[in-house]
Design a binder for this molecule. Structure first.
Ligand code: SF4
Length: 416
């Protein structure tokens, strides 16, 4: 770790409206956001100028191999606004040959012509937030688009991809939504396969505090699949997509060979990354830093950085290692799992310490090895698919209990 970061994330917080399951830091601009109340609105223009100021603050860096424009709904911006952000990033960092430039898009916020213009701006990977192919469900989860919008968007993107003007693309769906059962979910997966998306992100619905869904759950007015059906849905996803040739390279991500997201792998591999924008989290030199989650807070923070200098966590000479438990936490999400001994050694443990502490972790995980949820892959330990991935939270909770049980000296806590 602590090599120069090669990836950057830009956060665009604007959305038409807040979906019922979403707890991200987003700013709703209304369903009709276009022109003066869309990309050209003072709110969006002033946010973009903050974003450009933050990019300027960093000043320089090594050429990037991935750039990810996420949100929110970045496709609410005009192609020229996207183009100017990409140009600015390129001016400060430069791009490596073959750079992956991803943009998240929503079926309700672009047309065929803006899609072409996003390509001209430099985007070479789209990530499309489809979530469901059922109109009834799209309504129930508060999305603005309908099934036809989604199918049309997929066919435009597929056409551009086949023409060779796009490197790859991804479609997002959510499983275990209200009203899902096995048959309905099977038909959703079949429709996803018919789009020919080379990458699929399948997220499990989670009910987050402060969302409409949390309220509905409290009131008992949400019809979620029970635990048994939810597990079967999870297994069905894994088996249908594996059979169709998609490798599950991370808990929620499936890709045809050569189409895994390079940007997301940076987060899971423990490498550093830059991030810019309200509520974004960066970890360029090993320490995570989250920016304020409102535009006002972000503006104040930025002004302070400009006046008083960059926050310590953003400075190279304050580089620190990412905590070992954090490295295991993110590493275990990947299909290739983690090499515990190598991680222990790079954390600074000698051979004896590695053996003692990692054996202790393995005994915390004993039951998961016995039930086949964890497996040994040579030197590495990985979650099995689908059983281990399905209960990954329990496995990670045991890992955190193990970390908390270690002596302070082993985890790098200062003596009191
Ligand atoms: S479009 Fe995405 S980011 Fe925006 S509210 Fe919906 S789920 Fe959240």
């Amino acid at each position: 770790m602590n090599i120069n970061p090669r990836s950057a994330y830009l956060h665009i917080p604007f959305c038409h409206r807040r979906c019922f399951y979403c707890d991200f830091a987003v700013v709703s601009v209304g369903d009709k956001a276009r022109g003066e109340i869309g990309p050209a609105s003072p709110l969006i223009r002033s946010y973009l100028s903050l974003l450009h100021r933050e990019i300027d603050l960093i000043g320089s860096g090594s050429p990037l191999s991935t750039l990810y424009i996420g949100g929110g709904t970045p496709s609410l911006l005009s192609p020229s606004q996207i183009s100017s952000l990409i140009e600015h990033i390129q001016k400060i960092f430069g791009f490596q040959f073959g750079v992956e430039i991803t943009m998240e898009i929503d079926p309700a916020s672009f047309d065929r012509s803006s899609l072409e213009q996003f390509l001209d701006a430099g985007i070479n990977r789209f990530s499309l937030g489809g979530q469901s192919f059922e109109d009834e469900i799209l309504k129930k989860i508060g999305r603005k688009h309908n099934t036809n919008d989604l199918i049309e968007a997929c066919s435009w993107i597929d056409e551009i991809y086949r023409d060779g003007r796009l490197s790859t693309w991804s479609l997002d769906l959510i499983q275990n939504l209200p009203g899902h059962d096995l048959d309905l979910w099977r038909s959703q997966l079949e429709q996803a396969l018919q789009t020919y998306a080379p990458h699929l992100s399948i997220y499990d619905l989670s009910i987050e505090p402060g969302t409409v869904f949390e309220l509905k759950k409290k009131l008992g007015t949400i019809n979620l699949p029970n635990d048994e059906i939810a597990s079967e849905i999870n297994r069905l996803t894994s088996s249908i997509l594996n059979e169709a040739g998609y490798a599950r390279y991370e808990i929620s991500n499936y890709a045809l060979p050569g189409h895994a997201s390079r940007h997301n792998r940076v987060y899971w591999s423990g490498s550093g990354w830059w991030a810019f924008g309200m509520s974004s989290t960066s970890a360029p030199w090993g320490i995570r830093f989250a920016r304020p989650s409102t535009i006002e807070g972000y503006e104040k923070w930025l002004y302070q950085q400009e006046r008083e200098g960059l926050d310590n966590s953003l400075l190279k000479n304050n580089a620190q290692k990412i905590d070992l438990d954090d490295q295991i936490l993110v590493g275990l999400r990947r299909r290739e799992g983690v090499d515990l001994d190598a991680l222990g050694e790079s954390w600074g443990w000698n051979q004896d310490e590695c053996e003692i502490y990692m054996n202790s972790l393995k005994s915390h995980w004993k039951e998961f090895f016995e039930t086949g949820c964890l497996k040994n892959l040579g030197n590495r330990i990985a979650l099995s698919d689908p059983h281990g991935m399905e209960i990954s939270n329990q496995i990670l909770v045991e890992m955190i209990l193990w970390w908390d049980s270690l002596p302070d000296a082993a985890v790098g806590r200062p003596k009191l």
